[in-house]
Design a protein around this ligand. Structure first.
Ligand code: TRP
Length: 361
C-alpha cells in the first residue's frame, strides 16, 4: 500500500477546445512536471463522465471534444511515452469507488462546496440540480484516489474539489484503515496565471463569451484577437498616462513574457517593469504593446500548432494513444478498488477467511 510512489492525476472536461488560460493555468505545468522525471506514473484524464453531469442531453458535444482535447494535450507536449492520457468513462472502477465514497459525505457538505455553488448559479440549476452533477465532487475524489495521486496540478477553481477529496481520504482511512493516499494540489506560482481573463477583460475566458484564444487558433486568429484586446479605456492618445490595473494586455504579458522576449522583439526595454513604467507615464501606444504581446504569444504557440498539425495527420495514432492510456488507467484503478474493497471487508471471494467464518457460525 505505502509504495511511496510519486503519481500525478489531473484532467479536464472535454466540453470544448482548450485555451491559453488552460495553458498557463495548468497544462504548461503538467508538461514541466512530466519532463522533470520526478514522477513514477502520470495520468491525464478526459473527464467525459463528469462533463455529462451537466450535459446529459448533449452527448454529441462531449464525443466531439474528446479528440479535440486529446490533440490539445499532445500538442502542448504531453508525451504518451511518459503520461497515460485516458478516457474517464472507460474506467468503470471510478463509478464503483464513487458509490462507496458517497456514504462518507453529507448533503450539506456538498451544498457548501463553493465551486458547485457557483456552477449551480451559472447554469440556473437552483431548482433542478441533476443528482449526478451535485455529487461530482465525490466522483472527482474517486478519480484522484483511484490512481493514488500524490500531486494534482490544476487551476485555482479546483481547490474546493481537492479539499473535498482530502476529507474523503481522511474519513475513509479513519473508518476502514490506511488505504487511500492524501493528495496535494499544485497551483501555478505566477499570480497572473491563476485566472487569465478573457480578451475583453471579463473575468473568465469562455466559448460563449467569444473572448478566448485557443491553442488551436491560427496565427492570424491570434493576431486579430490580440490587436482587438481590451486595454485601458481612458488611454486614448499615445501621450495619455495609461493604467495597468484591469489592462488585459499587461495581464497577459505578466503571464507570458520574459526578458528574452524583450531582447528579441522590443530591445528598447530591458524588462516588463520598464515597459509598464513608460505606459503609466504616457507616451506609449497600445498598438506597440499589442504587437509585442502578439510576438510573445506566437513564439509560445507556434511549436504547439506545429505539433498539432503532425498529430492531426495521424488521428489513428491518437486513437491508439487514448486506447492504450485507458487500458493502463483501468488496470491501476482496478488495483486500488481491490484494496478499497478489502479495507471495507466486502471482498468476499478474494478473502478465504470469509467462507471459513461462515462455516464456523
Ligand atoms: N473538474 C475538472 C474540470 O472541470 C476535471 C476533473 C475531473 C479533474 N476529475 C478530476 C481534474 C480530477 C483534476 C482531478 O476541468
Amino acid at each position: 500500500m505505502a509504495e511511496n510512489k510519486k503519481i500525478i492525476l489531473t484532467g479536464d472536461r472535454p466540453t470544448g477546445k482548450l485555451h491559453i488560460g488552460h495553458y498557463v493555468g495548468s497544462l504548461k505545468r503538467r508538461v514541466e512536471l512530466q519532463n522533470s522525471g520526478e514522477f513514477d506514473e502520470i495520468y491525464i484524464m478526459l473527464a467525459d463522465a463528469q462533463a455529462l453531469t451537466d450535459n446529459a442531453d448533449n452527448p454529441a458535444k462531449i464525443r466531439d471534444n474528446i479528440m479535440e482535447v486529446a490533440l490539445d494535450y499532445l500538442s502542448v507536449g504531453i508525451d504518451p511515452a511518459k503520461s497515460n492520457i485516458f478516457i474517464q468513462s472507460h474506467v468503470a472502477e471510478l463509478t464503483e469507488l464513487s458509490f462507496y465514497y458517497m456514504n462518507l459525505v453529507t448533503v450539506s457538505r456538498l451544498q457548501r462546496n463553493p465551486t458547485v455553488k457557483a456552477e449551480i448559479q451559472m447554469r440556473n440549476f437552483e431548482t433542478s440540480i441533476p443528482v449526478g452533477f451535485f455529487t461530482y465532487p465525490i466522483s472527482q475524489a474517486a478519480d484522484i484516489t483511484a490512481f493514488k495521486a500524490t500531486v494534482v496540478p490544476v487551476g485555482e477553481d479546483q481547490m474546493p474539489m481537492l479539499e473535498q477529496t482530502k476529507e474523503i481520504v481522511h474519513k475513509f482511512n479513519a473508518v476502514y484503515g490506511e488505504t487511500l493516499v492524501d493528495p496535494q494540489i499544485l497551483l501555478p506560482s505566477n499570480k497572473a496565471c491563476l485566472r487569465l481573463p478573457g480578451t475583453d477583460g471579463k473575468a473568465k475566458m469562455s466559448k460563449s463569451l467569444g473572448n478566448a484564444i485557443y491553442l488551436a487558433d491560427t496565427e492570424a486568429d491570434v493576431k486579430k484577437k490580440v490587436m482587438s484586446m481590451f486595454t485601458d479605456p481612458d488611454h486614448i492618445r499615445v501621450e495619455d498616462p495609461g493604467k495597468l490595473e484591469g489592462n488585459t494586455v499587461f495581464t497577459y504579458l505578466d503571464a507570458f513574457c520574459n526578458e528574452d522576449h524583450f531582447a528579441e522583439y522590443l530591445p528598447d526595454y530591458a524588462n516588463l517593469d520598464e515597459l509598464k513604467a513608460h505606459y503609466q507615464r504616457g507616451g506609449l501606444g497600445d498598438v506597440k504593446v499589442k504587437k509585442f504581446l502578439n510576438n510573445v504569444l506566437q513564439e509560445e504557440l507556434s511549436p504547439i500548432r506545429a505539433r498539432r498539425a503532425e498529430y492531426e495527420k495521424n488521428i489513428e495514432a491518437v486513437y491508439e494513444i487514448l486506447k492504450k492510456g485507458s487500458e493502463a488507467a483501468s488496470a491501476k484503478a482496478a488495483e486500488t478498488l481491490r484494496e478499497v474493497k478489502a479495507a471495507m471487508k466486502i471482498n468476499y471471494f478474494d478473502d478465504p477467511t470469509f467462507l471459513e467464518e461462515q462455516k464456523r457460525k
